[in-house]
Ligand binder design. Sequence first.
Ligand code: ZN
Ligand code: FE
Length: 262
Amino acid sequence: MSVNRSLQVTAVPAFADNYLWLIHNEQHAVVVDPGDAGPINEALASRQLPLDAILLTHHHADHAGGVSELLNRWNVPVYGPAKENIAGVTHPLSENDNVNFAQLGLALHVLDVPGHTAGHIAYVEHNQHWLFCGDTLFAGGCGRLFEGTAAQMTQSLAKLSALANDFKVYCAHEYTLSNLRFAVTVEPNNAALSARFTQVQAARDRGESTVPSTLGEEKQTNPFLRYDQPAIIQTLRDTGRLSHAEPVEAFAALREWKNSFR
Ligand code: ZN
Ligand code: FE
């Protein structure tokens, strides 16, 4: 395994709670989900880096809204989901496609992860153990089902959780605290979850980011990866949210509950 040690990922905060991800070395950069061009151009300028490419996970404006303005300045390819019609995309991608950036030593593998949107894709870096999952998997939660079904989302999350525990989860929003507030309600006796909730509260009190997390943490504490756990099923039954025993019903009931959770 050859790892380019100068390759790194920098969070570029945008809007209220988005993270746009800049992947770069000393000489080159690509961006994942530039919802806003301004902060990306500033991040590039401060590092004196040119932009080599734009990568998109799905069509929502907070992820793709900065593409046209970036293209005014940078003549670069735009990679995005083949199943979504996003203005500016030059390289449509779907399951098992590979995108290589030799100048960065970056190799991205594409997974179809429908659910949040119908054509949502994720990018997996198998040498670095990085996952760029947009609004599919969040630290402590998952994306809302705007266009897909609970069955699709469970399959998408299963693909992501099949990756090794040390994968870093570069999701697109700082939603961790509110996600974990829900998680501890759903699974109050999960010690790893309680510990994480305390850690995340402290980190947010200090104004720190809680992203990326690791996939291992998510498997231990994220209710949307744990919807088949007996303790979660029991909570759903006890609160009258679940009558069927199918795991996908439990997932759907959890997602529905989170939608109205305050
Ligand atoms: Zn979205
Ligand atoms: Fe989003």
